[in-house]
Design a protein around this ligand. Structure first.
Ligand SMILES: Nc1ncnc2c1ncn2[C@@H]1O[C@H](COP(=O)(O)OP(=O)(O)OP(=O)(O)O)[C@@H](O)[C@H]1O
Ligand SMILES: [Mg+2]
Length: 210
């Protein structure tokens, strides 16, 4: 179980995250939705251990994998990027890249990829590893509809194989509707709605899809 109590992040006098209590069941896929600046990245970075909260505690299933909002590539080709620390998984890597339609790019310099290509590569690099908690910060934000569908399909496959808990942020209702067991709406750092995608959108009819 992922559990947090009294989580708060403050910059100077400004509180950007205030989550008194949060529990997420093992194996569930929970989607964080909220406008720019609502605190999605802040919450994910805290849970990933990358940001120390001003107050509060949490416990999370281990190990944790985290895909940052700004994805990056190492110097070298796409193939070299995916095999970093994973040379013994070359076959798995190649079939994963194939399912993600990245095979034609294998020998390309990873830093020359488009935004959507790079996002898919970073996701692939992550899901070759095992975890019990997967934190994904807007993993499809640069993907076109087709690439997003590929990535989400692969995410479902990974969830099944690992039986892991997933916490993912997105601006897209379509993404949330497709994969969320549960949605949390963040507004100004606070969770203001908690329910299925249908329940959230019923309560928040004006929230826009990006
Ligand atoms: N280092 C910092 N110093 C001051 N304010 C910060 C800092 N980091 C984040 N913030 C503020 O915290 C708020 C929440 O930021 P956060 O990145 O968590 O939002 P988000 O929901 O992920 O937004 P987006 O949809 O744009 O990715 C924002 O108003 C941001 O300006
Ligand atoms: Mg963010």
């Amino acid at each position: 179980m992922l559990e947090a109590k009294g989580l708060r992040m403050q910059y100077g006098a400004r509180t950007v995250l205030d989550v008194p209590q949060l529990s997420v069941d093992d194996g569930a896929c929970t989607v964080l939705v909220g406008a720019n600046g609502s605190g999605k990245t802040t919450l994910l970075r805290i849970l990933a251990g990358q940001l120390k909260p001003t107050a509060g505690t949490f416990s999370a299933p281990q190990p944790v994998l985290y895909l940052p909002q700004r994805t990056y590539a190492f110097r070298g080709t796409v193939l070299q990027n995916i095999l970093i620390g994973m040379k013994n998984k070359k076959e798995d890597a190649l079939s994963l890249l194939d399912r993600m339609e990245l095979t034609p790019l294998l020998q390309k310099q990873a830093r020359s990829l488009s935004g959507g290509e790079l996002q898919r590569l970073a996701f692939c690099r992550l899901v070759l590893r095992d975890c019990k908690l997967l934190l994904l910060d807007e993993p499809t934000s640069a993907c076109d509809t087709h690439a997003a569908a590929l990535l989400l399909q692969e995410l479902q496959r990974y969830r099944k194989a690992q039986n892991c808990t997933v916490l993912l942020s997105t601006h897209s209702r379509a993404v949330a509707a497709q994969i969320a067991d549960r949605c949390l709406l963040l507004e100004n750092g606070c969770i203001t709605a908690d329910g299925t995608p249908q329940e959230i959108w019923q309560n928040v009819p004006l929230m826009e899809d990006a």
